[in-house]
Design a protein around this ligand. Sequence first.
Ligand SMILES: Cc1ncc(COP(=O)(O)O)c(C=O)c1O
Length: 390
Amino acid sequence: MAEPNDWREETALVHVGRTEGETNAVRTVAPPLQRASTVLLERAEALYASDRPTYGRQSLAVHDALRAGLNALEGASHTELFSSGLAAIAGALLAVLKPNDRIAVCDSVYNPTRRLCDTLLARFGVSTRYFAPRAPVSDIFAGEDLALVVLESPGSLTFEMQDVAVIAEAARARGARSLIDNTYGAGVLFKPLSLGVDLSVQSLTKYVCGHADVFLGSVSVRDPELAAALTAHVLQTGQSAAPDDVYQAVRGLRTLATRLARHEANGREVADWLAARPEVARVLHPARRDFPDHALWARDFRGANGLFSFVLQGGGPRQAHAFLNALSLFGLGFSWGGYESLAILCDPQIRRTAAPWRAEGPLIRLHVGLEDPADLVQDLERGLRAWREA
Ligand SMILES: Cc1ncc(COP(=O)(O)O)c(C=O)c1O
């Protein structure tokens, strides 16, 4: 074959930027960002017999960097990446469950997790029973031979918490696995694997990426058998995570703890202000002493984040919409964990069967961002005025 200097124009264009030999010739603070499906090998023999990566799916330097960071955060030995948090939840469930398994799922779980259990898992012969978020262990297992218990603590709308260590231990004693959606804890505030939970799942879309512009998810484990099951699932189903997105998550890890601390401080200030308002019946914030599960939070968590809810003192959807529509700084939108403040009405997405949700009025969830809390409070003041006048 002709050398590069002899290439005709089209050949040269096709090979612009092609790397030769070791790619990371200069040392940088951040990992090299390569975009690749094809990985070039030096010798034909290596195509089918290499201990180095042979395909770009999940085996580039950024993937390794993110997995290592999440292993350190979660106290895990193995992490698999998924294209979103919900994909990670689905991946974890499908990797460990089989037909005829029975699982118990917390009633306050993220609604799409519930939909997954009631549809896809049901279709594959897995049956789901929901338990009240504050149920005692005996009610969670209810004498059944369970394959898996699914927790979310605190829940992302109503914030009830579970005694995670006690439930994980009880699951293990009965030969069941335990899984938690650890998106609230973000790996920094809560360490479920150290309390005996088998699988810790995160939507990295939220605080890890932190800028409301990336979808990504992770599942972290300690047990080698679970690690092998997850890896097999990822290979079988072709899960991939785009290098640019993974890079954003690695970048997000660097400021995660700092951002969380500011989200917590701002959130607490706003929550305290709301709690003192006559228009507000209750504030649901685990770090507040008046929250029913505050003792669990104080025992198990290193801090809170910027997410919490409050119940308006009466009214219906019309009044709740008047409140939300009067806000100008809080955006009206789903998701959380970004730098910006958001507000939603929760009631339409609360689906509970084990412990019905009852409240004095509409449930509003806030994500408190990195803005100055004095401005956020002014915005909420406008909202509460609109609620009164509606
Ligand atoms: C608690 C919780 N878990 C999982 C997810 C799903 O994450 P993703 O949007 O990355 O699929 C969300 C998203 O809102 C969530 O709030």
